[in-house]
Design a protein around this ligand. Structure first.
Ligand SMILES: [Zn+2]
Length: 58
């Protein structure tokens, strides 16, 4: 089961998606605007994979 939540991207502030997978116990954040990506464990909060492209501030 996957639950999708609309959030704001922590990298660029655009609309992004947060997906909870109860099967894998993971939380995945994906931003289509800046390619931000974060995969973390839902149980421990440990980050398994992360990608935050550098963007110009402001
Ligand atoms: Zn973003």
């Amino acid at each position: 089961m996957i639950k999708i939540e609309q959030i704001y991207c922590p990298n660029c502030g655009s609309h992004a998606e947060k997906r909870y997978s109860s099967k894998h116990n993971t939380i995945q954040v994906e931003c289509p605007a800046c390619d931000y990506f974060l995969l973390s464990c839902a149980k421990t909060g440990n980050v398994r994979e992360a990608y935050a492209p550098g963007i110009a501030a402001g």
